[in-house]
Write a protein that binds this ligand. Sequence first.
Ligand code: IPE
Ligand code: IPE
Ligand code: MG
Length: 248
Amino acid sequence: MVASDQGGMQAVPRHVAVIMDGNGRWAERRALPRAAGHRAGARAVRATIEHALRRGIAALTLFAFSSENWQRPAEEVGLLMQLLLEALDREVAELGANGVRLHFAGDRSRLAPLLVERMDEAARRTAGGRQLDLLVAVAYGGRWDIVQAARTLAAAVAAGRIDPAGVDETTFAASLATAGRPEPDLFIRTGGERRISNFLLWDLAYTELWFSDTLWPDFDERIFDAAISDFASRQRRFGRTAAQVGRS
Ligand code: IPE
Ligand code: IPE
Ligand code: MG
């Protein structure tokens, strides 16, 4: 199969974006506290990153905490933040050694200063990674990103730095927190729900969607490979006809 930006078949997605859902139900089924599900979920994150490296995926975006997740009980929010902090302390050195560039997208205004500091430090320490671009969406919402991009551009227009006519899809995309990476080729959501839940609203415009009933802590390389091989069977037409993009 031939990799192509213009449509047609592509064997391995360049960019995979994942909604890691189902930690709570995984725990509930085992009569464990939801916290146990989130801890098991963190282990699945590690395995997923390793498999993305093995498969030569260039970019991975993981949804760790949404704008709406702030509405969960304070205790659960606190635990999720604590797990993120612990994962950074534990994993950053190895990620860096494996050529992973780790960075974050989201509204930092409600995050603890210590966590923001560790996120910045992790990004600094892994900035040279060239094997895998790993973006973790924390306190992220697709609508938040679109609004902050609009605000950035509005300020630039008000300051006379750009002309309103200069605001187009390219400049807009460049103002998003997710800028500077190829758009996602493959979207994966575990946990059985068939919805976007305010994930990458702009970025997913032409992404191939793949849903699994597997709960996130059970996500493994076999299921990841099933998603990749389903992706490889799809013909991406980007509005063109099948004849235009060709069969392979
Ligand atoms: C995903 O698992 C993790 C986060 C949203 C932080 P959930 O916690 O949403 O698990 P379910 O959907 O309740 O099973
Ligand atoms: C989406 O999962 C957010 C993350 C996985 C971080 P949710 O469990 O919060 O989504 P909804 O509420 O079921 O749509
Ligand atoms: Mg959920």
